[in-house]
Write a protein that binds this ligand. Sequence first.
Ligand code: SAM
Length: 284
Amino acid sequence: MKIEGIPHYRDLDLSGEARAAAERLEDRAREAASDSMFDELVVPLLEPPPANVLEVGCGTAALSRRIARLLPGATVHATDKSEGMLAAAREYAESEARANAGANASGKLILGRWDALDAGSFPFEPGLRFGLILSSVVVPYLDDGQTAALVRDLASRLAPGGVLAFIEQDLQTDAVNFPRFDLARRVLDKDGRDLKTTLTLGVRPLLREAGLEPLPRRSFLWTDDGYGPYTRELLGRLADAALEAGRITAAECEEWGIGLEALADSGDFYYGLVYHRVAGRVPA
Ligand SMILES: C[S@@+](CC[C@H](N)C(=O)[O-])C[C@H]1O[C@@H](n2cnc3c(N)ncnc32)[C@H](O)[C@@H]1O
């Protein structure tokens, strides 16, 4: 699915958007809400501490870096299909290591290129089994059949008692505080989205079919009250796409930008989106 106004995450190397996409993902990771979301949705999965962790579609590996910081004894394998994205991930990891030199030991972070739709090209030892496998916001870029195959493949890479977890955006829940509701509706254009069976909570039945025992869903409302760089870029891109598609006029596009600035200045800006953690464990 190509969500309008969002970089072409399906193949960032082909579209040439890897660097720009890396910057926006890192901007999102730096928002305070991302720290809180990590505490709420991921930290409970780190007990007991897994020895080996795998992240699929890691982007800038912000999530893997966070996990490595908390698990000094673990090896965190962060993979992505895009060379450009992995190059950015490497730079962020190196600069973070320099900044934290002398601080508490962290786990080992290993980056590897993997198109997760090609199980045979797995870049690590094929027999390696993981106590935790995570993926965040990759499923929207796969079709239903690809997601089902990926869940089966990842489930087969789990160690006894291991957990496979997806952190996914609920695209039916994004909201912006904007007084002209009809304009906000045409910019966000929820009706025009290609919602698929396996999006978000649709992954739960797949976990069961792969022989895993689903864990209770956990959800987190990711919000930005400060009109930070990530949200600014996102809402700008969505408006540009709406203009290009003829859903809003040039004057309305300008009104959107000016209106959001005014909301930020008055302290009334709000953007929110619910993320769900959908996870399953290898039964005892
Ligand atoms: C929206 S980004 C999410 C990145 C990161 N997980 C995060 O939440 O910040 C989607 C990522 O999935 C990667 N991706 C897309 N299709 C993939 C595939 N078939 N195999 C591995 N990675 C893929 C993209 O290159 C991109 O880095």
